[in-house]
Design a protein around this ligand. Structure first.
Ligand code: NCD
Length: 304
């Protein structure tokens, strides 16, 4: 494991190991406080971020390492027309590991091909977001104690939502999971994921636009934001943005132990009055993301 571009770069054994490391970090943080002393993480963020960038930075600082980087394309030489390959080769002279977010699908792959140091995909366009999936997996593991036999509802923008694409890929490798794909017609899961992941692995899935008709079946409800920045047309965004708004009354028929997840940021998808419901897991996901990124950095730097 040199780079993490796609969640499928990690075997299920790798994921098990990262979860064990993350759990040990949670229990014994002092053991890890100096593990990355003298190492530098570069966060190259060509797209806005709060959680992912700060989570990577907090992860590295809690491991005793340091952080350099930029948080918008405009403040990097990309604004002057520099290629991803050249930026990556440059950063190789300064850092030990890179976390890159980019609006173009495949950009972190190009970086990895031009890098001697590990590159982590921190979100590439509407494609993948493997470290959000690591956060999601630790959350599912801690809440459900298993990755199998779950009915997983994914709701909202399944077309552009990269967290959904990576989570489906990850969960497709465990047995007896069922996927319920809840979206407006225009925002359905791309057919390449249905073909390459769901059909290829003979997985059960069901598409609907009606959350209420399926909510009682779900063990996990993964809500997502409509991805405004990927739309060609603002009028379409405005028409679709409030397709799903989860309010307490809509949970009446949901299971008592259904896990409500969201990669955040939320816009209107989950009413704040749900935040105190014991089923709300989205702020736990944020914290779990930091621990999984710590585990990943340790693994990729080979210091564990
Ligand atoms: C997600 C992303 O960037 O894809 N956010 C995150 O990293 N937690 C989800 C989103 O922006 O909607």
């Amino acid at each position: 494991m040199k780079h993490l571009i796609n969640i499928l770069d990690l075997s299920t054994d790798d994921i098990k190991e990262l979860i064990l490391i993350a759990n040990d970090i949670i229990e014994n943080p002092e053991k890890y406080a100096l593990k990355c002393a003298g190492k530098k993480l570069a966060t190259l963020f060509f797209e806005p971020s709060t959680r992912t960038r700060l989570s990577f930075e907090a992860a590295m600082l809690e491991l005793g390492g340091s952080v350099i980087g930029f948080s918008e394309a405009q403040s990097s030489s990309a604004a002057k027309g520099e290629s991803i390959a050249d930026t990556t080769k440059t950063v190789n002279c300064y850092a030990d590991i890179i976390a890159m977010r980019h609006p173009k699908e495949g950009a972190p792959t190009v970086a990895a091909l031009n890098s001697q140091i590990p590159v982590i995909n921190a979100g590439d366009g509407g494609h993948n977001h493997p470290t959000q999936t690591l956060a999601d997996l630790l959350t599912i593991y801690r809440e459900k104690k298993q990755f199998s036999g779950l009915t997983i509802g994914l709701c909202g923008d399944l077309k552009f939502g990269r967290t959904v694409h990576s989570l489906i890929s990850a969960m497709s490798r465990y047995s007896d999971n069922k996927f319920v794909l809840i979206s407006p017609d225009e925002l359905k899961l791309p057919s390449y994921i249905k073909k390459d992941i769901l059909n290829q692995n003979n997985l059960q899935y069901h598409e609907t636009s009606d959350l209420q008709s399926v909510i009682s079946d779900l063990d996990i409800l993964y809500m997502t934001r409509v991805q405004r920045e990927r739309f060609f047309n603002e009028a379409d965004y405005i028409r679709l943005k409030d397709s799903y708004i989860l309010t307490p009354d809509k949970l009446t028929h949901a299971k008592q132990d259904m896990c409500i997840m969201h990669p955040l940021p939320r816009v209107n998808e989950i009413s704040v009055s749900i935040d105190d419901d014991p089923r709300a897991c989205y702020f736990k996901q944020v914290l779990n993301g930091k621990y999984m990124r710590m585990a990943l950095i340790l693994k990729l730097l080979g210091v564990i």
